[in-house]
Write a protein that binds this ligand. Structure first.
Ligand code: FES
Length: 266
């Protein structure tokens, strides 16, 4: 095996003795990353069609929606040029969380950097590989992005609640659910599953203990067991939540720009 590995290195990037379609997954992931980054950047800079309902004006019998890309919504100072989008000042939080995510790193190191492209496939810069040292040590900041992500989950809960509070023509508030409310609720669900399956959260709730005995130890063991169970599906939640957050923004874009009508269900 050792001589085979050395031979593969000499032959260069992408060489392997694997006979399966190992390249399909990194190719699909790389395409998904590129599409999402382009779409999110475009929408973050567009600076319109991110808010619908009584956030801009009171629209009786309509839900209130805020695109997750613009959450939490910041009021911009009057001296700021009008083309500056408030999303610029909040999107770094989910972006940093995903960029430093343990699973995300594996996925984009493989699919975007080819380092390595897959297991047992020769990588791009093997002779110089030094691990995540030097500048790459910034990835350790993930544990702090986790606190911001927990705040974002709270913000998303707030937005789903707001999407259920429909103003009435008489000036009151009534309970309502529309397709958009469900879109935001599904986005919240998978964001929460992604955040609550985080490796750093698993350490936060269960780490730093010599044993789990005692009242607080037992409750932390229960919390650790739940996060550990969710953690098995962390990669799946990463991708589903990436899709649902993009779709939630797209839906709100289409509704607020008048391309589709948000159908009330309840
Ligand atoms: Fe993926 Fe924390 S390890 S979000």
């Amino acid at each position: 095996m050792a001589s085979n590995a050395a031979a593969l290195r000499e032959q260069g990037f992408g060489q392997t003795q694997r006979r399966d379609t190992w390249w399909v997954q990194p190719l699909a992931m790389g395409a998904a990353f590129v599409v999402f980054i382009i779409y999110a950047t475009f929408r973050g800079l567009l600076n319109r069609d991110y808010l619908y309902g009584h956030g801009t004006e009171v629209l009786p019998e309509s839900a209130y929606f805020l695109s997750p890309f613009y959450s939490p919504l910041l009021g911009m100072p009057s001296w700021m040029p009008t083309w500056v989008a408030p999303a610029i000042f909040v999107m770094w939080m989910p972006a940093g969380f995903r960029l430093t995510c343990y699973y995300g790193r594996k996925a984009y190191y493989r699919s975007l950097f080819g380092d390595p492209p897959a297991c047992a496939v020769a990588e791009f810069c093997k002779p110089h590989y030094k691990g995540e040292r030097g500048l790459w040590a910034f990835q350790n900041i993930h544990r702090y992005f986790l606190y911001l992500a927990l705040l974002l989950v709270c913000m998303h809960i707030y937005h789903v609640v707001e999407a259920c509070r429909w103003p009435t023509a008489g000036g009151g508030i009534t309970f309502g659910v529309s397709v958009g409310t469900l879109v935001l609720a599904v986005d919240l669900l998978f964001l929460a599953l992604y955040v609550f399956s985080c490796h750093s959260l698993r350490h936060l709730v269960g780490g730093g203990l010599d044993c789990f005995s005692g009242a607080s130890g037992e409750s932390r063991y229960k919390a650790w067991s739940i996060v550990t169970k969710l953690n098995e599906f962390h990669g799946t939640f990463f991708w589903i939540s990436l899709f649902t957050v993009g779709f939630a923004d797209f839906y709100i874009w289409m509704v607020s720009s008048g391309h589709i009508h948000d159908l009330r269900l309840i």
